[in-house]
Every structure is written in structure tokens, then in C-alpha cells.
Design a binder for this molecule. Sequence first.
Ligand code: ADP
Ligand code: MG
Length: 254
Amino acid sequence: MIEVLNLTFSYGNKFSLKNISFKAYPGEVLCILGPNGSGKSTLLKLISGILKKDNGKIYMSGKDVDFVDKEFLNKNISYLPQDLYIPSILTVYEFILLGLSNNLGLRVKDEYLKAVDDIIKKLDIENLAERYIDEISGGQRRIVEIAWCLVKKPRILLLDEPISGLDIRNKIKIMEIIRRITIEEKITTIVVLHDLNMALRFSDRIILLSNGRKVFEGKPEVFINIIGEIEKHYKICLEYNINEFLYIIPINYK
Ligand code: ADP
Ligand code: MG
């Protein structure tokens, strides 16, 4: 579980995140939405410990992160940045194995190889395993990066735009896998998305950020009922459906 309390942060005197509070629970996919520049990536970087907050508290499994060692964070958190640098000399298999780098010694144990094999199978990317990172497409690479995150079986999963650049089939497939693994392994998952429909379909709760503030938190069924607010924050005109299948269609920008 993650608890964020009155979190504030600013990049000098430019952008700031203001007084953000929320909880994320094990077995739940919490989705962070918001226009470009609203602070989504900054928020994930603060939770993952890459950026240091100015004020407020972050608790993980009840522990104040100000007082836990780096090892605890490394062991429990997998964080997928928006743009992950991967050396192109690695094969897909080698890169996924590096997801276990906290544990790897000089000799790689059989159980680690098995963990890599298992996640490759689960994500259906056996055909990519022997290819070099620079020999696969952007979308395939994103799936491989998700395998890299999942291989160590994290307790907390922080994914920054994991499905941007994927085709429509892979978007659904990857979100389904993220959701299934979150439930099966009782992971606390926070996902930054741009696709409102993927958020409606695959998240348990949604947080909407706008200009560094949390302007909404609630279930997808509630989110779709604040269309006017969504239009205001994204500066866009939307059509939507709330019968049976929730969906939102962008019509025009304001
Ligand atoms: P989002 O992920 O929602 O698109 P970000 O969290 O990346 O937004 O950025 C929020 C704001 O902070 C933006 O206005 C961005 O320009 C600014 N910003 C991001 N990183 C830095 C940085 N390292 N230094 C100064 N400003 C930054
Ligand atoms: Mg971002």
C-alpha cells in the first residue's frame, strides 16, 4: 500500500505539485490522468524516490520512506520511466534478466533464469528473446520493458505511460496483463495513462491531475460523470457513453 500525504514539490520557481494526497491499495490499479505537463511523471518520480519531495509524507506498506533504506525501495518497487535508456548491445533476454540486478551475483542462479523465462512466456514475447534491443520496434520494446519491471515480482509497480506507442491490440493486451498480475500478486499498481478509455476500462480508481493539483479522485463510473470537468482541464470537447460500456470520444479542441 502507498499513502501520499500533502505532498508538495517544485522545480525551482517553475512548475509545482501542490498538496497531493491519496492512497493506493494492493490488488488495485490506480490510474493517473492529466494533460501534458500536469505533473504525472513528477509524481511517479517522487514516489519512486528519484526526486526528493519538498514537503509531505509518503508511506509504503506503512513505512515512512524518509526512514527506509534504498535496498527496501529497490527490492519492492519497479518503476518504468516514460523514456527508459537501454544499451543496444543487450539482447531482450539479457535486459529482462537485469530487472533482477538487485539479486544477481557473479553467477546467475537457475531460479533467476526461470523467472525470466516465466515472464517472457506470460507476456508472449518468446519470439523476441534472442533479438537485440535495437532490432525490435518501439511497441515491442515497451512490452519488453514491462517484462523487465515485472520479473522481480515487485510489491509496488509504477508505470509511466506503459502503453503509449502500442497498437490497439497490444494496448488492451498489456493493460489486461497489468491488471491480472496486480490482482494475482496483490501488487499496488499506479499507471500514468493518456488513453481515457483504457483508464475507464482497466483501472479501479482514477486520479486526474491538472496544473500540479489533484482535481478528481474516484472510480471510472464516477469519472465519466464529470465530463464537463474533463473537458475543462483537457480543453477539449468530448462525446461519451455511460450505458454498458464506458467510453469517451474526443471531438475537437477548445
Ligand atoms: P506530465 O508527465 O504530466 O506530462 P511532468 O511531470 O513531466 O508532466 O512535468 C510537469 C511540469 O514540470 C512541466 O511543466 C515540465 O515542463 C516541468 N518539468 C519537468 N521536469 C522538469 C525539470 N527537470 N526541471 C524543470 N521543470 C521540469
Ligand atoms: Mg509524463
